[in-house]
Design a protein around this ligand. Structure first.
Ligand SMILES: Nc1ncnc2c1ncn2[C@@H]1O[C@H](COP(=O)(O)OP(=O)(O)O)[C@@H](O)[C@H]1O
Ligand SMILES: [Mg+2]
Length: 520
């Protein structure tokens, strides 16, 4: 949703007398400014409260001590004042979340009373906080709004202001045409207004100029900032489909959707793709495909670290997933890669103590996946289907579920070819037929490891790599398949009826028919 639409939506909620809004955002000044505008249009006073300053008219400089009413620093006193005020008003309460903790029962109760009172008044209470913490008692009284990061238009206004401020400085040169400007603004998507301002200012100060050469620098800064959130990683597109052996059916599916996010595709009547779930044996190219989609589609790739989501150091898990989604949406169109999603939600069925949180986080993710309108394409991968929550597989979440199996002989041939080439060896000089035939049950990762191990042997023996070295390495390897045959067979059986094969070979007409029968 664009900033203007979001502002309009909030205005509608206020006019419709929704009593308490809970805005989740790091950007207090941006939200406050928007509410002041809304207040002006609706002829309402706007006040802000913080535990350090009490209630003051919104936009008041903190230093204006005289304006402060020290008594209202106390949240209960402040809430009382809200009830007593008769005129139409918007009250912005900043960082109120600590007072919503379970132990503050009187504050929670007071909010419930106020909510009744406000419904029949022209007053609205708006809580702004970077974290979403709602006590269950208040769930029905609060309306939660995830405030979007700035869109291109807002960043444009900021950029103009930053440029305007330095325009009389002879040491700084600004040379931006329309396309350079757009590229800079696009590069800054995903940042808060304050972060973008710092990035623009830094680019200006370091080079003494602002032109399209700064795009790289802005991207690099953004990578840093996004990485600091601890959950998302901005990956460089580095892989092509030619670097992946086999998986022809999956590749074809992805290639056909390459232009799906363009206006033309929309005009043609195509829905924007939501995402794919790649299930399968470890080391067979799932992560590889996720990375390759980004370069094939030429869209930025954000890797979401699900392991860190439940790490309390980076904040509460629910805030983490909301923040990740919000950054992804502001960068859209983009690809959100959720690697090894089984690791995040695998503990749901185990009944561990954390499963309540996991369930809520999964709920947030699934709701978003089902309802999202922004062009964020999700690529999720999983190795262990046994622990995956069934909700994830339900229709309407992903466009397709693919099963990535161990490579067949033709695919292994291709994988040997790719990895020999990647190590500057001419595949023509090797007997790929024989190697492929001798590596039955090997994953792509194991084939790669065998080549590396053979290279070590050859190097040690001071000779060039030969078929024999690789054959020897294959003999010495115990592929995962041999130790985990039962699990892998189980996975195959399971996927046969629930997922589409990523390779062409296995999807025979018989299995297709079987899958369709079982789906019906
Ligand atoms: N189909 C394949 N083609 C080429 N290399 C592969 C293939 N599958 C696996 N590999 C090699 O194995 C490594 C691990 O594969 P990865 O995609 O991470 O497996 P996973 O399916 O577990 O995500 C890759 O970096 C790549 O070098
Ligand atoms: Mg992987």
């Amino acid at each position: 949703m664009r900033q203007k639409e979001q502002s309009r939506m909030i205005e509608v909620l206020i006019r419709a007398r929704y009593p308490i809004l809970y805005v989740v955002s790091w950007e207090e000044p941006r939200v406050t400014e928007m509410l002041i505008e809304i207040g002006k249009r609706g002829q309402k006073k706007v006040f802000e409260w913080s535990c350090s300053g009490g209630i003051v008219p919104a936009g008041t400089h903190v230093q204006a001590v005289k304006m402060r009413d020290a008594g209202t620093k106390d949240p209960l006193v402040a809430l009382n004042q809200v009830t007593e005020e008769l005129e139409p008003a918007i009250y912005i309460f900043k960082d109120f979340h600590p007072f919503l903790a379970k132990s503050n029962f009187s504050v929670i109760r007071k909010l419930r009373d106020i909510s009744q009172n406000l419904k029949s008044s022209y007053k609205t209470l708006v809580l702004i906080s970077p974290f979403l913490q709602i006590p269950p008692e208040l769930e029905k009284d609060l309306t939660v709004i995830d405030f979007n990061l700035p869109d291109i238009e807002e960043l444009g206004i900021l950029l103009d202001r930053v440029c305007e401020e330095v325009k009389d400085n002879p040491k700084i040169k600004i040379d931006l045409d329309a396309s350079g400007r757009e590229q800079i603004l696009k590069a800054a998507l995903g940042l808060t207004l304050a972060e973008a301002e710092n990035v623009f200012a830094k680019a200006l100060v370091t080079g003494g100029k602002l032109d399209s050469d700064d795009i790289g620098e802005i991207f690099a800064e953004k990578r840093q900032i996004i990485r600091k959130t601890g959950l998302l990683d901005y990956c460089e597109p580095e892989l092509e489909f030619d670097d992946i052996g086999g998986l022809a059916s999956l590749k074809q599916w992805l290639v056909r959707r390459k232009l799906a996010f363009t206006d033309n595709a929309q005009a043609f009547g195509l829905p924007a793709p939501r995402g794919v779930l790649l299930l399968g044996v470890q080391g067979c190219g799932k992560s590889l495909c996720a990375k390759a989609v980004s370069s094939i589609w030429q869209l930025p790739l954000l890797r979401f670290d699900v392991g860190k989501m439940f790490c309390s150091l980076v904040g509460s898990s629910e805030d983490n997933i909301r923040r990740a989604i919000s950054v992804a949406e502001s960068i859209a169109p983009c690809i959100l890669w959720v690697d090894e999603i089984d690791k995040a939600f695998g503990n749901l069925s185990s009944g561990s103590t954390d499963s309540g949180t996991s369930q809520r986080v999964l709920g947030t993710f699934l709701t978003w996946l089902g309802e999202k309108t922004s062009p964020v394409f999700v690529v999720a991968t999983a190795n262990n289907i046994k622990i995956l929550p069934p909700e994830l597989m339900r229709k309407g979440r992903f466009d397709e579920i693919f099963f990535v199996d161990l490579p067949d002989i033709k695919e292994r041939h291709a994988i040997f070819d790719i990895h020999l080439r990647q190590r500057d060896r001419d595949p023509e000089k090797f007997n790929l037929e024989k190697l492929a035939a001798s590596s039955e049950g090997f994953s792509g990762a194991e084939i790669e490891q065998a080549i590396i191990s053979a290279l070590f042997d050859a190097f040690y023996a001071k000779r060039e790599l030969s078929d024999d070295d690789i054959m020897q390495a294959l003999v010495e390897t115990v592929p995962l398949y041999r130790t985990m045959e039962e699990e892998i067979e189980g996975l195959r059986d399971w996927c046969l009826t629930r997922a589409r094969s990523a390779s062409v070979h296995q999807e025979t007409i018989a299995t297709q028919a079987r899958r369709h029968l079982e789906l019906e």
